[in-house]
Design a protein around this ligand. Structure first.
Ligand code: HEC
Length: 267
């Protein structure tokens, strides 16, 4: 996840593309023209951060879920308050550009969309901070934003969720169970909870659970970003630990798919 490099390359491509268009005396749309002038002023669009109120982030994420689903929802929980406190570029950020990631990307059950939404937000907010951080093990120093995303993913995988309880009168279903997913995979995470709760996927029960998890993930992200902004953030988890430990990109739940015969990766 090299946000900086990828962002820079994309922006450069856009700038080159835009100047080629201008040279060709073609009409640029207002939005592209505005974006280019913004980007040219500073070289790259910055997303200045102001301390977030975690409760407000959770409330917005919870409420947005029922129409926007998991991915657009978590970034909305973070960006809507920042659009108020900071303004641009949050105010005009196309939140809907992340809608597709719901259901672990259009229902394919891969990475939970809550993490794609917050990962995007963390990437945009922290990409200007090149500080590399390590954990006590110090195996893989990574940019601070990557460490924050890694901690949010670990929180998703390791905690009993959902924790969030909506304000009185807001809930659409009274969730009985929490579950630990052991993985950021939508399919496995929601499947474990559905089994425990004994409910189907296409129903308000499961939606209520995912709405609450959206709030949990957006709130935890806000908590870590607040620490980062205050200069007190320290990574909780070893970045890239799974890949380094297992010799293959992975989670920690090997036996759930491989049973007793977990293959050993070539080294
Ligand atoms: C979500 C299901 C799932 C989980 C969890 C999972 N795997 Fe796999 N893994 C697979 C599948 C499917 C393949 C492809 C296997 C095949 O085609 O035979 C694979 C392939 C592999 C391979 C390469 C094939 C080989 O035989 O060398 C390795 C190594 C591997 N897994 C190790 C692990 C380890 C270690 C873990 C836990 C850290 C893990 N896997 C967790 C599903 C999973």
């Amino acid at each position: 996840m090299k946000h900086e490099c990828e962002c820079d390359v994309d922006r450069r491509k856009l700038l080159i593309g835009a100047s080629a268009v201008a040279a060709g005396a073609l009409v640029m749309s207002n939005s592209i023209a505005g974006f280019v002038s913004n980007a040219q002023a500073s070289g790259v669009t910055k997303y200045p951060y102001k301390k977030l109120d975690e409760q407000e982030v959770g409330r917005i994420a919870y409420e947005t879920y029922f129409t926007k689903f998991c991915a657009e929802t978590t970034i909305t929980g973070l960006f809507q308050p920042l659009a108020k406190s900071v303004g641009e570029p949050y105010a005009s950020f196309p939140l809907g550009s992340l809608f597709w990631a719901h259901g672990g990307m259009m229902g394919w059950g891969t990475a939970c969309g809550t993490l794609i939404g917050t990962g995007m937000a963390i990437g945009l907010i922290t990409s200007g901070d090149a500080t590399k951080v390590t954990t006590p093990k110090g195996r893989a120093p990574v940019p601070v934003g990557d460490a924050i995303i890694n901690d949010v993913i670990a929180y998703y995988a390791n905690e009993s969720l959902p924790k969030y309880v909506p304000a009185a009168g807001k809930e659409q279903y009274k969730v009985k169970n929490q579950s630990v997913s052991d993985t950021p995979l939508c399919h496995v995470s929601v499947g474990k909870w559905m089994k425990k709760e004994d409910v189907k996927f296409f129903g308000i029960e499961r939606k209520e659970r995912c709405a609450r998890i959206s709030a949990d993930i957006a709130m935890y992200t806000a908590k870590l970003l607040n620490e980062w902004a205050a200069g007190t953030y320290k990574p909780r988890n070893e970045p890239l630990a799974n890949a380094l430990n297992n010799g293959i990109t992975s989670q920690t739940n090997c036996g759930e798919c491989h049973g007793a015969n977990v293959p050993t990766a070539k080294s």
